[in-house]
Design a binder for this molecule. Structure first.
Ligand SMILES: C[S@@+](CC[C@H](N)C(=O)[O-])C[C@H]1O[C@@H](n2cnc3c(N)ncnc32)[C@H](O)[C@@H]1O
Length: 223
């Protein structure tokens, strides 16, 4: 049965994280070695801030996190926070933010735990999730450094598998992973990609090749 205050909820509270989701990222990091000291990290959908605090801790002492969310965060952090709808977020805006803060122009790691407010209508919710995933993927070519990693929350569907498999050849490593902290009945799964090949390394070339599937709707029932 669903228990709102489960083991991970209590553990997060005790360890000073605002959400239990931190243990999903922690397990992914421990298994796939996502973060390094000194990394520059982009955290998409960072509210209330558990992933952001975890990333900030493991990239110390010289790393930096840039977080984006619709909602303002209240956790105590040195991260750069941008309150913005990612569908309205332009690459140039992030690049300008990096420049203004004397940071490199690309990220070592992009993480996305973006999830829409659910409507209860299955098709609408799964379409919204897919749009968020595609938007997160679209930041890879202009903003991810060569050899960089990308971790993205998704919900099991043929569309998600189709999209992830299209993107995977552009990375050296690809895995769809379900952490222990994900509730058993949940369809949540994480797309883990590392070793970005960056086939078009010019910094934000106007005609840079987009990810193959990013602008197109993924086809349904493709298995
Ligand atoms: C599951 S929560 C993220 C939890 C966070 N990773 C943590 O560990 O604290 C998903 C977040 O995605 C954000 N989100 C959903 N749609 C968004 C959008 N269009 N632009 C920016 N943020 C969005 C929500 O506001 C919400 O805070």
């Amino acid at each position: 049965m669903y228990k709102p205050q489960d083991y991970y909820f209590k553990k997060a509270k005790k360890e000073g994280y605002p959400a239990r989701s931190v243990y999903k990222l922690k397990e992914i990091d421990e298994k796939f070695h996502i973060f390094k000291h000194g990394d520059l990290v982009l955290d998409l959908g960072c509210f209330p801030g558990s992933w952001l605090l975890y990333a900030e801790k493991v990239i110390q002492p010289n790393g930096k996190v840039v977080g984006v969310d619709l909602k303002p965060i209240t956790v105590s952090t040195k991260a750069i926070f941008l309150q913005k709808d990612i569908f309205k977020l332009k690459t140039e805006e992030i690049q300008n933010l990096l420049k203004k803060n004397n940071l490199p122009d690309k990220f070592n790691v992009i993480i996305s735990d973006l999830a829409p407010a659910t409507s209860g209508i299955k098709d609408v919710d799964s379409d919204r999730c897919l749009e968020l995933i595609k938007k997160a993927f679209s930041f890879i070519p202009p903003l991810l450094k060569k050899e960089g990693s990308f971790v993205c929350k998704a919900f099991e569907s043929n569309d998600v598998h189709f999209l992830a498999k299209k993107v995977s050849p552009l990375f050296k490593f690809f895995k769809m992973f379900k952490p222990k902290a994900t509730r058993k009945r949940s369809k949540e799964v994480f797309v883990v990609l590392s070793g970005w090949r960056d086939l078009n390394p010019r910094p934000h070339a106007p005609h840079a090749r987009a990810l193959p599937t990013a602008p197109q709707p993924a086809k349904k029932n493709l298995e």
